[in-house]
Design a protein around this ligand. Structure first.
Ligand SMILES: [Fe+2]
Length: 266
């Protein structure tokens, strides 16, 4: 009897964790306080082969929220074989929408010792009108106001070059950066960008007591400092740690729902 109850509890817990991977949450931030300014949709960690969020749901969210720009902060595929699936997934909701992304550690892992493969993947993304920024800045305009969008390469597997990334910035406009690993903020000399949109931690993905999901599985610095998700201020920079859409290692989540952020910047 006791064994049956234990098995039932485990089965229910497992079923909940599978369900949570599909339980999308739209988070909102408004730095303008008035709802006016550049309306950003921020996505991260799509992990196309291990996600509970179908592209069609993201398409509906894009339609409902009508962002001026979609920013995506890395981790799309963990093997080259998933590239075609990812392109299809992405194109479902980026069609006709300005979309700017950077790469995550998983892209570098997927194409390790195959830089030609990575270049092909980037060319395929560009062919569907997605801008891939590797240490590069572009400008977005809304109601006559300009915004710098700065893509900085992944801290661990890429080659982040802040000076190069800032090179194309126009003076006087807000500096909005995207990068995969939020730890990058610790190596920025303070206040040289205004906002940083990141992912990587998955909000922990599966909550455990005593911070074990971070101390056992990750050796990144911010999460060990207790900075794990949502809006934070580090080095004078507003850093956002998105919980991501997909999953890593196991297709399960617990107390870390998949997320889309809608953010307005004045
Ligand atoms: Fe990830």
């Amino acid at each position: 009897m006791v064994l049956a109850i234990v098995l039932l509890v485990i089965a229910a817990f497992y079923a909940y964790m599978v369900f949570e991977t599909t339980w999308l949450k739209i988070e909102r931030l408004d730095f303008s306080k008035k709802g006016t300014g550049l309306r950003i949709m921020h996505l991260s960690d799509l992990h196309v082969n291990m996600t509970g969020i179908q592209a069609e749901r993201v398409r509906k969210a894009v339609k409902a929220e009508n962002p001026d720009v979609i920013l995506i902060s890395g981790d799309y595929i963990n093997k080259p074989v998933y590239a075609a699936d990812f392109l299809r997934y992405l194109h479902t909701f980026t069609r006709g929408r300005r979309t700017i992304m950077c790469l995550g550690n998983h892209e570098y892992k997927a194409f390790r010792s195959n830089s030609e493969g990575l270049q092909n993947f980037i060319r395929e993304l560009e062919a569907i009108q997605v801008e891939v920024l590797i240490n590069k800045a572009v400008t977005v305009e809304k109601d006559g106001r300009k915004y710098n969008i700065i893509g900085i390469d992944d801290l661990r597997r890429g080659s982040p070059d802040i000076d190069k990334a800032l090179d194309g910035c126009i003076p006087g406009a807000p500096k909005i950066s995207i990068t995969h690993n939020p730890d990058l903020v610790l190596s920025i000399p303070g206040n040289i960008v205004d906002y940083m949109f990141t992912g990587h931690f998955h909000g922990g993905q599966i909550w455990m007591p005593f911070n074990l999901e971070f101390t056992l599985l990750r050796d990144d610095q911010l999460c060990r400092m207790g900075i794990k998700r949502g809006l934070q201020r580090v080095n004078g920079i507003r850093v956002y740690l998105n919980r991501g859409l997909g999953n890593s290692v196991v297709p399960l989540r617990f107390l870390s729902r998949p997320e889309i952020l809608i953010c307005t910047i004045p």
